[in-house]
Design a protein around this ligand. Sequence first.
Ligand SMILES: NC(=O)c1ccc[n+]([C@@H]2O[C@H](COP(=O)([O-])OP(=O)(O)OC[C@H]3O[C@@H](n4cnc5c(N)ncnc54)[C@H](O)[C@@H]3O)[C@@H](O)[C@H]2O)c1
Length: 262
Amino acid sequence: MDLFKAERVALITGGARGMGFACARNLAREGVKVALVDINGDRVKESARKLTEETGTPAIGIRTDISSESEVAAMVAEANAKFGRIDLFLNSAAILADNLFLESTPAEWERMLKVCLFGPMLCLRAILPGMVERKHGRVVCMASDSGRLGQARLSYYAAAKGGVMSLVKSVAQEVGRSGITMNVVSPGATNTELRQEREELMRKKMGDEKYQQRVKTVLRMYPTGRLGEPEDAAAMITFLLSDQASWVTGQVISVNGGFVML
Ligand SMILES: NC(=O)c1ccc[n+]([C@@H]2O[C@H](COP(=O)([O-])OP(=O)(O)OC[C@H]3O[C@@H](n4cnc5c(N)ncnc54)[C@H](O)[C@@H]3O)[C@@H](O)[C@H]2O)c1
């Protein structure tokens, strides 16, 4: 299958690692030039270097906090200066907080919403006009099944991700006639550093024995009998960013091993 019929440039936030990086690797293998963006400047530059070394496709790393309007503007300017345009946009950047709602603070909600909802909004506002002008664009924003179902201890993360789904569906209706598709990928539990960091905290809190029980209980909820790997979500994102997906827009697609079937 010919995924990309023309030269394409992608910008991926949260691209230093995890699902963002796995998707960048798929795209670079297809010859798509990639601007990786992350708040972790050293890591994102190292990831871009690794990508170019592995695939031979040009990639750059840009340090940006996507919750900052001025940094997002500078990020888009840098990607445009290097590659001339942005055709494909993936928002994978996120933070996570494992906390009971009644034990959380407005300052914690604010940071979550700023990164996980306001961040993609700022990026879309900066990137979409170029896509509208060229009458072509592909957008994928990452959400979470917690945003579809609700999840104890993840209330304000889930609220932000629910907002991302409504945002993408709404804006997709506004820009569809400009040749732009916008979709949401909603992963189930996926084995990335984000998840590993949360699991390690849980293991420390619960003790080994209880934690191992939890691992078994979680696995039982997945009909496919395993958790996700970054490449599982990346395969779906790559398709949605490709020229093959021109009639898929405004959808929320779970990549979750059957954890929920909506
Ligand atoms: N891993 C899972 O189990 C899981 C499940 C459901 C949804 N998701 C979602 O999928 C996406 C990818 O998750 P992942 O596990 O690959 O995450 P990850 O933590 O491995 O990667 C996210 C990256 O975002 C970066 N980042 C954080 N804040 C930022 C900011 N303000 N500006 C720019 N970059 C920032 C981090 O430095 C990190 O490199 C996220 O949106 C996450 O919410 C993950």
